[in-house]
Design a protein around this ligand. Structure first.
Ligand code: GAR
Length: 183
């Protein structure tokens, strides 16, 4: 089984889906840049190894070196970003070239970056969705490994659309991670 490390910054619902639907991989570590991330408490309660490192007051290189060490100490082979809201440096990406994937709440290449749901609604799109992609130096720009679509309904707000997309994320991410680990 491939050993996966998950990086989170908050709620961690995608991390929970990756844990609960794990097959073809195992979760070796959940790491957070936010000590108060709700997902970290959940991971601890579920007996998963956790690593918390706030970048506050640290040089980015030192912060990332600490994460890198924790991941390697845990035997991690693949990194899954799950609502990790911090840009990884080119150096870090190069050290894990082709081994980091991310879930992004839009149908890439549309709406890279933030506020994806508001942008899709404002554009009058009929569908929205989520993408799992390989992480490269280009923000939300690496190879797309899988996508799921949901409708945008009349009266949708960014929040109602986000909730619909999030359910699709929870189905998509474990499946695509398993496929990625098998290749
Ligand atoms: C998810 O919708 C994820 O796609 C998005 O943040 C949310 C995290 O929720 N990621 C990004 O916007 C990445 N730039 P979660 O913490 O409950 O998984």
């Amino acid at each position: 089984l491939k050993k996966v490390g998950i990086l989170i910054s908050g709620r961690g619902s995608n991390m929970m889906a990756l844990v609960e639907r794990a097959s073809g991989y195992e979760i070796a570590l959940v790491a957070s840049d936010k000590p108060e991330a709700a997902g970290i408490g959940w991971a601890r309660e579920h007996g998963i190894a956790t690593f918390v490192q706030s970048p506050k007051g640290m040089l980015k290189g030192d912060y990332e070196a600490a994460i890198d060490r924790a991941l390697r100490d845990a035997g991690v082979q693949i990194i899954a970003l799950a609502g990790y809201m911090r840009l990884l440096s080119d150096d870090f990406v190069a050290r894990w070239r082709g081994k980091i994937i991310n879930i992004h709440p839009s149908l890439l290449p549309k709406y890279k970056g933030l506020d994806t749901h508001a942008r899709a609604i404002d554009a009058g799109d009929a569908v929205a969705g989520c993408s799992v992609h390989v992480v490269t130096e280009e923000l939300d720009g690496g190879e797309v490994l899988g996508q799921a679509e949901v409708p945008i309904l009349p009266g949708d707000t960014p929040d109602t659309l986000a909730a619909r997309v999030l359910e699709a994320e929870h189905r998509l991410y474990p499946r695509v991670l398993a496929e990625f680990c098998a290749r």
